[in-house]
Design a protein around this ligand. Structure first.
Ligand code: ZN
Length: 108
């Protein structure tokens, strides 16, 4: 079983990669070259965490074949919210995260 992890170089707002891997260690090894590419940071500066509610990401962002074969992999550009450009969260049918969807409702 693969878990979902998010990795960045300290400021998640600057962008983060999504990694599917069996453990944090494996995930970080996969994430590092990608994070380094955009930030030039050191291995020790790469930060990450496990995404507990990963059902939506597994269904909508993961490489289905790799997920089924339990092959660890990186998703560099997961489906992001149209409002805030972040991808940490589930998106509704219009492509917005819960926070942005609520703001849109208030504006409407
Ligand atoms: Zn949003």
């Amino acid at each position: 079983m693969l878990n979902a992890y998010s990795f960045h170089n300290g400021e998640p707002i600057d962008g983060a990669v999504l990694v599917f891997a069996p453990s944090f260690k494996v995930a970080k090894k996969l994430a590092y070259p990608v994070v380094r590419d955009w930030s030039g940071c050191e291995y020790t500066e790469v930060r990450g965490y496990r995404i507990r509610h990963d059902e939506w990401l597994k269904a909508n962002a993961a490489d289905k074949l790799k997920l089924a074969a339990r092959t660890p992999h990186v998703i560099e550009s997961p489906p992001a919210c149209k409002g805030c450009d972040l991808w940490h969260d589930e998106l509704d049918s219009s492509g917005h995260c819960e926070t942005c969807a609520e703001e849109r409702e208030e504006e409407a």
